[in-house]
Design a protein around this ligand. Structure first.
Ligand SMILES: C[S@@+](CC[C@H](N)C(=O)[O-])C[C@H]1O[C@@H](n2cnc3c(N)ncnc32)[C@H](O)[C@@H]1O
Length: 264
């Protein structure tokens, strides 16, 4: 049987509207709107606990999304559904060298630092030290701070310090101003990801990407909808997040060939 170790995060799951993220300490009392949940000396993953008001809570492992949705926010963030896109449409590996701008509230940084292992590293930039402080606090709480290097810097003005990165992720209002710096910092074949709420930003970013020598450029958005599954009347939820961000992906080529001739 798998025991919860002291200091590990557990999700105390009492139903879709009653779940609590807590660091495990033996003897700790977790206050919920369904009574107090006492964490025993020995706690097993998957165990059921009964609160002071007689409600059942299961001790389960939090998902990456469970952490992201509880972050303190100073800015807009990447949503979990979109983070899946970023990982799947790049060649992200635990040992990747990833650059991101901006750090924002540290949502993407929290997840990436949880996935990265040395010699992989995240280099996270933000021009606003107050935003980056929140990102650092979130990563310290829920992520792995040893896997990130923080820089306070206006990247549009000054660029990135690092070279030979595997992936550059841009989430700023003027991504096109960052694209030339991303080009310089990426390996040949490396991936650029740019996230923007508006199509005007996407068009300008793609124009610069095309000029510089990115190929395979593709822009997508991802819509996700929950469903109610029951005996009768299965249907989608009436509410959903209608729009988060457009994601533009491209790969760096080191020489751009304008035209080829076919040899007969
Ligand atoms: C929407 S937030 C990024 C959110 C982040 N992706 C997350 O998941 O939490 C955008 C951030 O970009 C920063 N920013 C804007 N322009 C910048 C620039 N030229 N250089 C560095 N950071 C910049 C802002 O200060 C802000 O914190």
């Amino acid at each position: 049987m798998d025991r919860v170790r002291e200091g590990e995060w557990v999700l105390l799951w009492g139903g879709p509207d009653a779940n609590y993220l807590s660091e495990y300490r033996p003897g700790k009392a977790v206050h919920s709107h369904r009574g107090i949940i006492h964490l025993p000396e020995d706690l097993l993953w998957g165990q059921a606990l009964i609160s002071s008001t007689g409600r059942v809570f299961y001790v389960i492992r939090p998902s990456n999304a469970d952490f992201v949705l509880r972050l303190r926010r100073k800015t807009n963030i990447f949503y979990p559904k979109d983070m899946g896109l970023v990982l799947m449409y790049t060649d992200f590996q635990p040992t990747s060298r990833v650059i991101e701008v901006g750090s924002g509230s540290g949502a993407m940084a929290t997840v990436l630092t949880r996935l990265i292992v040395p010699p992989g590293k995240l280099y996270s930039y933000d021009v606003n030290p107050r935003h980056q402080r929140v990102a650092r606090e979130n990563v310290a709480k829920y992520g792995k701070p040893e896997n990130v290097v923080w820089h306070v810097r206006d990247v549009a003005e000054c660029g990135f310090w690092e070279r030979e990165a595997d992936i550059v992720i841009i989430d700023v209002p003027e991504p096109w101003a960052i694209v030339p710096h991303a080009y310089r910092s990426l390996k040949g074949g490396g991936f650029l990801v740019s996230a923007s709420p508006n199509v005007e930003q996407v068009k300008e970013t793609r124009r610069v990407m095309n000029e510089l020598g990115f190929f395979g450029i593709r822009t997508v958005e991802l819509l996700m909808r929950d469903w109610h599954i029951r005996e009768v009347g299965c249907r989608p939820d009436h509410r959903m997040q209608g729009h988060t961000l457009f994601y533009t992906f491209g790969r760096k080529v080191i020489e751009k060939v304008q035209k080829t001739t076919t040899v007969k």
